[in-house]
Design a protein around this ligand. Structure first.
Ligand SMILES: Cc1ncc(COP(=O)(O)O)c(C=O)c1O
Length: 382
């Protein structure tokens, strides 16, 4: 696999016994077995419910993780931005669905070129102008580009709302030689994090009713969708029950961040996923009574939601942001403070997508060894 040519700071520790304890920090740790267990679980649940899995790679932005997902049964991965598609395709990921409509002229050209070079690309549209731009960029490409009509099921961000607008786009797609009308997409973001299952099911249920209405109208218009793509980690339990989608785009299930730990994922309150992503940090000093200063703050963690949580291995103590490069662990009076300077503290990551976007690589951990270092090749520029 082609990835960026660079030498990560911890590269010399790969394969050494006890290497994980020697890492220069802050370092993102990826517990490989935990991540693979999450992948196996969702892949087998999708099979059990007759769905495909097309997991969202915006969560990890890493070609090696995308390939692990494809190897464990995924039909390909999703990307949120053209930049992610270009970075992952250039690193060898063979099948990518872009879940956001394209609007910048150069993106149409670059993505059409990747399609021409053999990438199994799928895209969405929510405006006739995009269909014209795709046509121009693709020219007389031999292999038609599969396209889904993006349906707005309640978020208001992208997608068409009405059945009429969806039919109009599907008709236009079906009439173009270089494009193939492949179905529809309907994704709702905010509902994923409605923590209470019954409340999430009620709100999302109304959105799925609308999607179902648009899909029925497409069928009645002689435009049956072959693919209906959507859903996330938070709605998976509802998606399998409602059977509106032919495939799931879940993303965060591979890591299980702090934000998702607060969500009641299934009606029976079970959480089949293991936390697989941590940030390893180090204690910088203990100069203030009642706190340990560590080397991870705003530049290490997303701050749009709940804070990082100290791993239970360190007594479940509270983490607080303490500046750009620093954080602090708050101790209670009974907790010993001496002798900890220089030792490692692992934290469960808060919102995982924007957190990994701050880091260069994953340190892939098996037991006490770093078995590999994987670049976050699609990080940055969105
Ligand atoms: C279009 C789309 N599909 C799927 C997902 C995956 O959602 P989650 O990470 O909650 O599983 C996202 C995440 O933001 C998304 O934007």
């Amino acid at each position: 696999m082609k990835t960026k040519s660079w030498t990560p700071i911890n590269a010399d520790l790969i394969g050494l016994d006890g290497g994980a304890a020697k890492l220069t920090t802050p370092a993102l740790l990826l517990d490989l077995e935990a991540m693979r267990a999450n992948m196996r679980y969702l892949a087998s649940e999708c099979t059990r419910h007759g769905m495909k899995l097309r997991p969202h790679a915006k969560t990890h932005k890493c070609a090696e993780i995308a390939m692990e997902q494809i190897d464990s049964g995924a039909a390909g991965v999703c990307c949120a931005t053209p930049h992610e598609v270009i970075a992952l395709a250039s690193a060898g990921v063979p099948a990518i669905h872009l879940t956001t409509p394209v609007f910048q002229p150069r993106h149409f050209e670059r993505l059409a070129a990747l399609h021409g070079q053999g990438l199994e690309l799928m895209v969405v549209v929510d405006h006739p102008d995009q269909i014209a731009s795709w046509e121009n960029a693709l020219g007389d490409a031999g292999r038609p580009l599969p396209v889904l009509v993006d349906i707005d099921i309640g978020m208001g961000r992208t997608g068409v709302v009405s059945a009429e607008a969806a039919i109009e786009l599907a008709r236009r797609l079906a009439s173009h030689r270089s494009l193939r009308y492949a179905g529809a997409q309907g994704y709702s973001g905010m509902v994923q994090h409605i923590n209470d299952y019954a409340e999430r099911r009620a709100v999302y249920g109304r959105q799925l009713d609308h999607l179902q209405h648009v899909l029925d109208a497409l069928r009645q218009a002689g435009l049956p969708p072959e693919i209906v793509s959507g859903g996330g980690t938070g709605t998976f339990g509802i998606d399998v029950e409602r059977k509106v989608f032919t495939e799931s785009q879940a993303g965060s299930y591979i890591f299980m961040d702090v934000e998702y730990h607060e969500v009641q994922l299934f009606a029976d309150r079970s959480n089949p996923y293991k936390t697989s992503l941590f940030l390893r940090t180090s204690v910088v000093n203990d100069k203030v009574p009642g706190q340990l200063t560590i080397n991870a703050g705003f530049k290490s963690f997303a701050t749009d939601g709940p804070l990082a949580v100290v791993h239970e291995q360190f007594g479940g103590r509270r983490y607080e942001l303490y500046g750009d490069e620093f954080g602090r662990i708050v101790l209670d009076s009974a907790q010993a403070q001496a002798g900890l300077v220089g030792s490692c503290v692992d934290l469960v990551t808060p919102h995982c997508d924007p957190t990994i976007n701050l880091h260069d690589c994953y340190h892939v951990i098996e037991g006490d060894r770093v078995i590999d270092i994987w670049p976050i090749v699609a990080r940055g520029v969105l």
